[in-house]
Design a protein around this ligand. Sequence first.
Ligand SMILES: [Zn+2]
Length: 87
Amino acid sequence: MVKATPSARRYLLHHRHRAEECGVAFSSFKGLRSPLRHEATVASCRSGEHAIWWLVDAASPEDALALLPFFVAERCTAVEVTEVRIP
Ligand SMILES: [Zn+2]
């Protein structure tokens, strides 16, 4: 099994915003240079829960959150995760 570089860890980013902040959350990416831009991810905005998740590789939680604009990052948690195989 091929793994990412040893320094890279995997983080699940969990961002939440209120319904009235939805437009701000998405438009805050404009002008930001981030590898997450123009890539697909999953969100619950259309079902009314207003959360977005990303699975990213980064050296630290701070580096993972740095992939996001400030508005999104300050409403986001970064949890280190590893792949497991479910029996
Ligand atoms: Zn939303």
